[in-house]
Design a protein around this ligand. Sequence first.
Ligand SMILES: Nc1ncnc2c1ncn2[C@@H]1O[C@H](COP(=O)(O)OP(=O)(O)OP(=O)(O)O)[C@@H](O)[C@H]1O
Ligand SMILES: [Mg+2]
Length: 260
Amino acid sequence: MDALTRLPLVTVRGLRVAYDETTVLDGVDLDLHPGEMVALLGASGSGKSTLMRSLTGFAPITGGTARVAGHDVTNLRRGELRQLRAGVGQVFQQFNLIPRLSVLTNVLTGTLHSAGPINLVGGFRSEHRKRAMELLDRVGIAHKAKDPARSLSGGQQQRVAIARALMQQPRVILADEPVASLDPKLADSVLELLRDIATRDGIPVLVSLHVLPLALRHTDRIIGLRHGEMLVSAPTGALDADKLSVLYDDEEAHDDDHRA
Ligand SMILES: Nc1ncnc2c1ncn2[C@@H]1O[C@H](COP(=O)(O)OP(=O)(O)OP(=O)(O)O)[C@@H](O)[C@H]1O
Ligand SMILES: [Mg+2]
């Protein structure tokens, strides 16, 4: 697909985020086009989570511009923050499911973003249930629909979380270390699923990772941060572990993280 000729859904230029006196991000540029999966790399504390949070209005942008799915994040109108967040599917390291609720109900909670406050007693609409089952089928765990989320393995729970993100029909997906709690084989399969969503559904995915080979195997572009500055921004095919070592050079303590 000629995805890269299509308009970006996320455009960030010269982004700066600061908490009081501390600058956490400075001069970050980022484009996310339909169809692509982009890795966000950097040592612990380099600003990966902060960048993701800034895109949904959870971190204070103090300079530059950020447009996400048609919203100007630095200049949101009244009520627009909710729309912005409804359009961004999020996936986290710890899955963030509701453990005692069924897998199906967890996926259905993805509809709550757009519906606003809802009376859960009334239950979910049947068309939503149907779609939730289809999504569970797609992520390969329809047979677990009735089980409580807590009874699933980590890899399965992350698939539920991805189905939940898709349930909200996102324009963009932000996945913050989605495979950090999974063994290597499951990590590959979850990243394959995310990339399939990017390519087949055209929903761009920004994924932060700590393991370089995973980024090199599964993504189209790599953005690398060090101490909040963007040191790398290139197609994955033009990069290798050597070229990326600049991100970790003075971070001996984290050597094990990225050479794994
Ligand atoms: N609410 C906050 N107030 C002050 N400083 C913050 C806040 N949130 C994050 N920071 C600082 O911003 C920097 C970047 O943090 P961030 O969580 O974005 O890093 P990260 O790259 O996601 O790290 P990790 O790989 O450990 O998840 C850190 O120095 C952190 O202390
Ligand atoms: Mg983080």
